[in-house]
Design a protein around this ligand. Structure first.
Ligand SMILES: C[S@@+](CC[C@H](N)C(=O)[O-])C[C@H]1O[C@@H](n2cnc3c(N)ncnc32)[C@H](O)[C@@H]1O
Length: 239
């Protein structure tokens, strides 16, 4: 008898944005996994849920490389998958924690794919989470979409190449993962004529939260925190 794998979205930072369902599941599972960068062992997702875990619940970090190199990713995720499979094979229920929502630019997606391949009959249950950009929009008081408006969400690192193309058909654009190429992203925003229509939100709901819509101030930031995104509103930032 295999255990169940729960993919749990823990929201973007504020522990009050954890869903009741996530809390209920966390109290039931026998083992918790959280992703961590291979460079450090720190998991924001784990910090968010820590107070809800039973004191003796084992917690393991799954290291994954922050890279686009498909061989390194494949290798890391095969190893991570085996650790989860081992516990599921003991018949224990497992939770994998992920920031925001588990099916939105999340490490859970790699795990889901791998586990489905390795254990085709396993039960997988996914608990959605409040996404970073929904929380960020609330934090900045910016409507993400209304009426006929089109909303597009793009990953900043590579997606910024397509900003002009995307902005041509979208009323509102969310740029995620802005930390890597921040100066380039700002350049593209300026080129697209949107510099007075963008708002930067960093560490929403966490210590060091920043909401900054002044482009000149943003230009002074070299490399923002990993947990940062930009909302662009073509019709302007006024509600
Ligand atoms: C790997 S993605 C995770 C997305 C997440 N699954 C979601 O549903 O929002 C990481 C990116 O999410 C965004 N992010 C996550 N938490 C955030 C926060 N508290 N404040 C601002 N941006 C955040 C940042 O753009 C960050 O680089």
């Amino acid at each position: 008898m295999l255990g169940t794998l729960y993919g749990i979205g823990v929201g973007p930072g504020d522990p009050d944005l954890l869903t009741l369902k996530a809390v209920k599941v966390l109290k039931r599972v026998a083992h918790v996994f959280a992703a961590a960068s291979s460079k450090n062992d720190y998991s924001v997702a784990l910090d968010i849920v820590r107070e809800h875990l039973l004191p003796d619940t084992p917690v393991d970090h799954l290291a994954f490389p922050m890279t686009f190199n498909s061989d390194s990713l494949e290798h890391a995720w095969n190893a991570n998958c085996e650790k989860v499979v081992e516990i599921l094979r003991l018949g224990k229920n497992v939770a994998f924690l992920t920031i925001g929502d588990p099916l939105t630019f999340s490490t859970f997606i790699y795990l889901l794919r791998k586990i489905r391949e390795r254990l085709p009959g396993v039960t997988i249950s996914i608990v959605p989470g409040v996404t970073s950009f929904h929380a960020a929009a609330a934090c900045a008081g910016l409507p993400l979409g209304e009426g006929d408006e089109v909303i597009t969400v793009i990953p900043g690192a590579k997606g910024v190449d397509r900003l002009k193309e995307v902005a041509a058909y979208s009323d509102n654009v969310v740029l995620m993962k802005t930390y890597k190429q921040f100066p380039r992203i700002l350049h593209e925003i300026e080129e697209a004529g949107l510099k007075d229509r963008c708002c930067f939100i960093s560490r929403c709901g966490l210590d060091g939260e920043i909401v900054e819509c002044d482009f000149e101030k943003l230009s002074q930031i070299e490399r923002p925190n990993y947990l940062s995104l930009i909302i662009l509103k073509k019709r302007g930032l006024e509600p």
